[in-house]
Ligand binder design. Structure first.
Ligand code: FAD
Ligand code: SF4
Length: 518
């Protein structure tokens, strides 16, 4: 064997750089299902199923292309259990002259495979992942000399560089005269509700997926989550169908309702394409092009299309740059010195807080929650409770079908937990229950009252918001974007401060929030 091309579970792209120059007569492809990738953090069942089933479908596509494949299934005899150990065993058997792969999405995996290649004396060539619009080197150049890394500056550079949504009549100017349409976005559904929402694209499990579902139920029986509603796209053809459905049915209202929350429905006008993108079933260029084409055809307003392009061309590329320029130190950051445990009910949904229960139950049953639920509901609560960011990171990495460390870690540690002390975000995302009340009808059906900060009915978000400000008063007073919030603290008497503190302590002791069976 001349070259063994290593393909990981999030590299399911027949056109990946690693396949350039592939010669079926002398090269082979290596893929391995290993338990370690599902157990180093106890991954939820939807996430494990997503990766294994998509890998098996990709294996079929490789075979159809006539690319020789060496595939180790999870339950095959002799499975070594980890990527590195499996690679060593297979190299001894197949005796390739060299190893080749596209850059992986996880720093830990990169180190493990490099070490494995070294220990068997083989060169491991790592090729740039051209799935992304920009390379890590380009991001590093952008980041050089900057104390903080704001997405907005990077995003504008990307718009200009790739000539996306630019004004053809005025060089360097954005289409519509502004870079950002946030003021038109961010609506809630209001008292009349969302009306008839588009249905989510469902892809019923085929035989391959049903086999994986049975395997996961057997082998990972004690892992969190359930698989009864599993319906994610797992092939390129299905991912393209999901993209088309999003563009025609959801994109026109995507921007407007980007931040809305609605009980029982996390899907709303979101794309549900993150897993297909992160597993590389879809390319971000085709996703952005489809959205821009919808605008040009008059099928979606500019505010929505810009809001969507910002997520893909801006946020997605930016967090990848942050990850690869900051690792491995980033994983350990804890700027606010948070040391609380994550409440046990994050793994079961057994809480009496209506908004959190809904977001966690959707996460457990679908492996999905929308962005605002991740940022403001589950993320915001953990931040204000003071949970150790590494524990929060483990939860997000385990739970979501789209979770790969390069995208999950900066979103969790940086954006949601402020553990990088402001490298990514200019202020911590904290809010009282009144914010959730504005964006959703959850509070109307909740045993707590979002307006109250103390007392038996006080919403835990509201209590913890004031407690967070008190706890970090000095640090936050130096942040111009927090100044007004900190100033409001002066309205609290000493007695009120004490009452907030004692209720926050009770929340941290687990006396508030948990249902009896948690
Ligand atoms: P939409 O809301 O429809 O957005 C469209 C696309 O834009 C997404 O498919 C995604 O590819 C991209 N996108 C949007 N926001 C972001 C963002 N902040 N960072 C990167 N890409 C973005 N996204 C992941 O893909 N994997 C994760 O593990 C992940 N973990 C997160 C953890 C936390 C604490 C937070 C706050 C956000 C996280 N996100 C993660 C970002 C975002 O929440 C998801 O990408 C989004 O909810 C996926 O659903 P969607 O496809 O319907 O996205
Ligand atoms: Fe969530 Fe508080 Fe509203 Fe209950 S009252 S739904 S806990 S924000």
């Amino acid at each position: 064997l001349r070259t063994l091309v290593l393909v990981l579970g999030d590299q399911l792209d027949l056109d990946a750089a690693a396949f350039d120059g592939f010669d079926a007569a002398q090269d082979g492809v290596w893929m391995a299902e290993v338990a370690d990738e599902s157990t180093h953090i106890a991954s939820g069942k939807p996430r494990i199923t997503m990766f294994l089933a998509a890998m098996r479908h990709f294996a079929q596509a490789l075979q159809e292309q006539g690319r020789p494949l060496h595939y180790m299934r999870l339950e095959d005899p002799g499975n070594a259990g980890s990527l590195a150990a499996q690679l060593l065993a297979d190299v001894a058997r197949l005796r390739p002259s060299r190893l080749l792969m596209t850059a992986p999405g996880d720093w830990r995996v990169l180190q493990a495979l490099k070490a494995a290649a070294q220990s068997c004396g083989l060169a491991l060539e790592i090729r740039e992942d051209r799935h992304f619009f920009s390379s890590v080197r380009e991001f590093a150049e952008h980041a050089r000399g900057r104390k903080s890394l704001r997405m907005e500056f990077f995003y504008r550079e990307q718009r200009k560089k790739h000539q996306i949504l630019m004004d053809p009549a005025q060089a360097g100017a954005p289409l519509g005269g502004q870079w950002n349409f946030d003021a038109e976005n961010r609506a809630a559904f209001g008292a009349e509700g969302p009306g008839l929402l588009p249905t989510r694209s469902r892809f019923e499990p085929d035989e391959i997926t049903r086999e994986v579902i049975a395997l996961v139920e057997r082998r990972f029986a004690h892992h969190p989550g359930s698989l009864t509603g599993f319906a994610w796209p797992l092939t390129r053809a299905h991912a393209l169908q999901a993209l088309q459905a999003f563009i025609s049915e959801r994109l026109p209202l995507f921007g407007r309702y980007q931040d809305a929350i609605w009980p029982g429905d996390p899907w709303l006008y979101h794309a549900h394409l993150s897993a297909a993108l992160n597993l590389k079933l879809l390319n971000p260029r085709e996703v952005v092009a489809a959205a821009v084409a919808a605008y040009e055809a008059g099928q979606a307003p500019l505010a929505s299309v810009e809001g969507f392009v910002r997520q893909i061309l801006g946020w997605r590329e930016y967090v990848r740059g942050v990850y690869w320029t900051q690792m491995p130190g980033y994983l350990e950051l804890n700027a606010l010195g948070a040391e609380q445990e994550l409440p046990a009910w994050y793994w079961t949904g057994a809480t009496d807080m209506a908004c959190l229960r809904d977001a966690i139950m959707q996460t457990l049953t679908q492996g999905y929650a929308n962005h605002i639920q991740r940022l403001m509901v589950t993320g915001g609560y953990a931040l204000m409770l003071g949970v150790r960011p590494q524990t929060v990171h483990a939860w997000y990495l385990a739970m979501y079908v789209d979770a790969v460390e390069w995208v999950e870690l900066p979103n969790t540690l940086g954006m949601s937990q402020y553990a990088d002390g402001g490298l990514m975000g200019s202020k911590p995302y904290i809010a009282t229950g009144k914010y959730i009340d504005r964006m959703s009808p959850h509070c109307k059906g909740c045993r707590y009252d979002p307006v109250q900060r103390t007392g038996d009915k006080a919403c835990p978000y509201t209590t913890l918001y004031w407690d967070f400000l008190m706890h970090h008063e000095t640090a936050m007073a130096n942040n111009p974007r927090m100044a007004l919030q900190v100033k409001n603290l002066a309205r609290l008497s000493i007695e009120e401060r004490q009452a907030v503190r004692s209720r926050a302590d009770a929340i941290r002791r687990g006396e508030v929030g948990a249902l009896p069976n948690a």
